[in-house]
Design a protein around this ligand. Structure first.
Ligand SMILES: Nc1nc2c(ncn2[C@@H]2O[C@H](COP(=O)(O)OP(=O)(O)O)[C@@H](O)[C@H]2O)c(=O)[nH]1
Ligand SMILES: [Mg+2]
Ligand SMILES: [Zn+2]
Length: 293
C-alpha cells in the first residue's frame, strides 16, 4: 500500500502522486457507497493494481473539505471576481468567504479584468471588510507580484463564476502551464465551462494551487449545514461588535440594542455585507423550517 496526494480528478479517475510517480486510480466502491468521494487535495492510501494503476482504498483525515469547489485540505480559497463581464454578484463572494471561514480557511479576493473595469465597488466592500483584496488583470499582468506573495508557501484553490479568469490568472503566473481558457458569451453575460475538472499545479515559491471549474451564479453551493447562529462568526467585519449587543443570543436582524446593526447604520459595516449576512440568515432559517416541518 502506498500513500499519496490526489492532484487531479477527471471522469471517475483520480490521479495520485505517490512514490515519485503518478498512479491512475479508481476509488474503492465502499468510498462511493459511504458518500465520501475522494477529493483533489486528499491524502489517500492506494493499492497498486498494475503498472501505473491503482485503487484508492482510504482517505486520510481531512483538515477541511469543500463541495464547491470540490477540494480538501486547502489553506485558502482565492475568490476570483470581476467588474467586467461576467460581473460578480457580491452575495456570491459573501457566501464563499463565509464557507471558507466556517471551515477555518482563509479567503482572499482577487478582482480580475481591471483592464476593462477596475471594480471600485467590489474592491471597496471587501478591502473595508478586512479581506486581502487584490486588483488584477490576467491580460496586462497587473497584480502578479501581489498574487504570488499571497500564494507563496500555501495550498490554495481558485474559485469564482465561470469566465472570471481563474485559468487565465494561472497562465499569467506560469505561462508554461498553457491551461485552456474560454470566452465569455456576450449574449448570456457569462463564461463557458472551459475547465471541467479540478487539477493542482505547482508554482514557484512553494505554492500549490487548484484550478477548478466555475459555476454559474445560480447554482452556487449553499453553505451547507451552517446554523443561523453560526453565520455571524464567518463575517470577520462583524467581530469587533459581536458580544456587545443587548441580548447574548442576538442574531443582528431586528433585535433592539444590537451593536452590529448600529455599526452598519454608522457605516462601519458596509451595507452590502449587512445585506449578504441577512440573506444568508434567511436561507438558513428556510432550511431550518423545512427540517422541522
Ligand atoms: N480583458 C480581460 N480578459 C480576461 C482577463 N482574464 C481573463 N479574461 C478572458 O475571460 C475569458 C474567460 O477566462 P478563463 O480564464 O477561461 O475563465 P475561468 O472560467 O474563470 O477559468 C477568456 O476569454 C479570457 O481571455 C483579464 O484580466 N482581462
Ligand atoms: Mg477555467
Ligand atoms: Zn446584535
Amino acid at each position: 500500500m502506498l500513500q499519496g496526494v490526489i492532484f487531479k480528478a477527471l471522469s471517475g479517475f483520480y490521479y495520485v502522486e505517490a512514490d515519485g510517480g503518478t498512479l491512475e486510480c479508481r476509488a474503492r466502491g465502499r468510498l462511493r457507497l459511504d458518500g465520501v468521494p475522494p477529493l483533489v487535495g486528499d491524502t489517500v492510501s492506494v493499492a497498486v493494481s498494475g503498472p501505473g494503476k491503482g485503487v484508492v482504498m482510504d482517505i486520510l483525515p481531512r483538515r477541511n473539505a469543500f463541495t464547491r469547489p470540490p477540494v480538501a485540505n486547502i489553506d485558502q480559497l482565492v475568490i476570483i471576481a470581476s467588474g467586467a463581464l461576467p460581473v460578480t454578484d457580491p452575495f456570491l463572494i459573501d457566501r464563499m468567504t463565509a464557507a471558507a471561514h466556517s471551515r477555518g480557511c482563509r479567503a482572499v479576493i482577487c478582482v480580475n479584468k481591471c483592464d476593462m473595469d477596475d471594480a471600485d465597488a467590489l474592491f471597496d466592500i471587501y478591502s473595508r471588510a478586512g479581506f486581502i483584496t487584490i486588483r488584477a488583470s490576467a491580460d496586462t499582468g497587473q497584480g502578479r507580484d501581489e498574487i504570488r506573495s499571497v500564494l507563496a508557501g500555501r495550498f490554495s484553490a481558485l474559485t469564482g463564476n465561470s469566465g472570471v479568469g481563474k485559468s487565465s490568472i494561472l497562465n499569467m503566473l506560469a505561462p508554461e502551464l498553457g491551461i485552456a481558457t474560454g470566452d465569455v458569451s456576450r449574449k448570456l453575460g457569462r463564461g463557458r465551462h472551459t475547465t471541467r475538472h479540478v487539477e493542482l499545479y505547482r508554482l514557484g515559491g512553494d505554492a500549490i494551487i487548484a484550478d477548478t471549474p466555475g459555476f454559474s451564479s445560480f447554482d452556487a453551493d449553499s453553505i451547507g449545514m451552517m446554523k443561523r447562529s453560526e453565520i455571524q462568526h464567518t463575517f470577520p467585519d462583524f467581530a469587533p461588535y459581536i458580544g456587545k449587543c443587548r441580548f447574548d443570543d442576538c442574531l443582528h436582524i431586528s433585535e433592539p440594542g444590537c451593536a452590529v446593526r448600529a455599526a452598519a447604520d454608522s457605516g462601519a459595516i458596509h451595507p452590502s455585507r449587512r445585506a449578504g449576512y441577512e440573506r444568508l440568515c434567511r436561507e438558513a432559517a428556510d432550511r431550518e423550517a423545512r427540517k422541522y416541518n
